[in-house]
Design a protein. Structure first.
Length: 267
């Protein structure tokens, strides 16, 4: 009876224990190999000067594909018939695909973004009602960092099929500001003062040249469109600096900036 129990135990070990140990060993070795392969691919792409967005996208894609292949291999090592399993997976995949049409759309959107490159990592873009710098382009989503340092995650399907404004692509951006002065001010003098503010700012590009033009004859002021160009990464420095420096320069020149007045009539 004791021998029979030992034989039963050995039978169970041989039937179930050895395949499980093999499966664990295959998983450990396979995970190690996947890590090495992904590392080699990363080095090859880095040497080939591939776009950073494409590198990360392909890394994710290759990593997931290899992991799925490893899981199927581990299942086969356990003695489960993978051909019939493949048919079950295909049928289940169809059902899951119908249920996850949005995810498939996002995957297709990610592929389209990689092919047509409407933006890349580091670009300042506006899309789907949000504005931010592209941090990462993943298989299903694009991650942006907003000007107030919030992480924005947008589905690739929406990004690929919607309008995208890329502020970085052309390498320069116009900063639109409006400065109002008193009607008694000399227009030519005011334009010269404002233009001097722009040309003296080292962050303002000289090509295209900055411009100052009368924009509007408002109720209590003559409004000037003050429009310098700069690099996208200097946008906010130039934007705020233009208002501050224009105020200082106008005060120094004795040109008044009007403000709302209230008139009281006593009968």
């Amino acid at each position: 009876m004791e021998n029979l129990s030992m034989e039963s135990i050995m039978g169970y070990v041989e039937t179930y224990g050895i395949p499980v140990l093999k499966a664990i060993l295959v998983y450990i070795i396979g995970s190690f190999i996947i890590k090495k392969l992904v590392g080699i691919l990363r080095k090859v792409m880095a040497k080939g000067s591939y776009d950073e967005s494409l590198q990360k996208f392909l890394m994710n894609l290759v990593s997931w594909a290899l992991k799925i292949f490893l899981i199927i291999t581990v299942i086969g090592t356990l003695g489960i018939e993978t051909t019939s399993l493949a048919a079950v997976i295909a049928a289940a995949g169809l059902a899951v695909g119908l249920a996850l049409q949005g995810s498939l759309s996002n995957f297709a959107g990610g592929v389209l973004i990689m092919i047509f490159k409407p933006y890349k990592i580091g670009d300042l873009v506006e899309a789907q009602g949000v504005l931010g710098v592209v941090k990462e382009i993943e298989i299903f989503t694009t991650k942006l960092v907003s000007p107030d340092n919030k992480l924005l995650i947008v589905p690739n399907g929406a990004m690929a099929n919607g309008n995208i404004v890329n502020y970085t692509a052309e390498g320069k951006i116009r900063v639109d500001t409006v400065i109002g002065v008193d009607y008694a001010s000399d227009i030519k003098q005011t334009k010269d003062v404002l233009l001097e503010v722009l040309t003296s700012n080292p962050l303002v590009l000289q090509d295209p040249a900055p411009s100052v033009n009368v924009m509007e004859l408002a109720d209590s002021s003559v409004n000037f469109a003050v429009r310098p160009f700069c690099k996208p990464e200097h946008y906010w420095d130039v934007y705020f600096g233009t208002y501050e420096n224009c105020k200082i320069a106008l005060d120094k020149a004795g040109i008044e900036i009007p403000y709302p007045h209230e008139v009281q009539i006593n009968k």
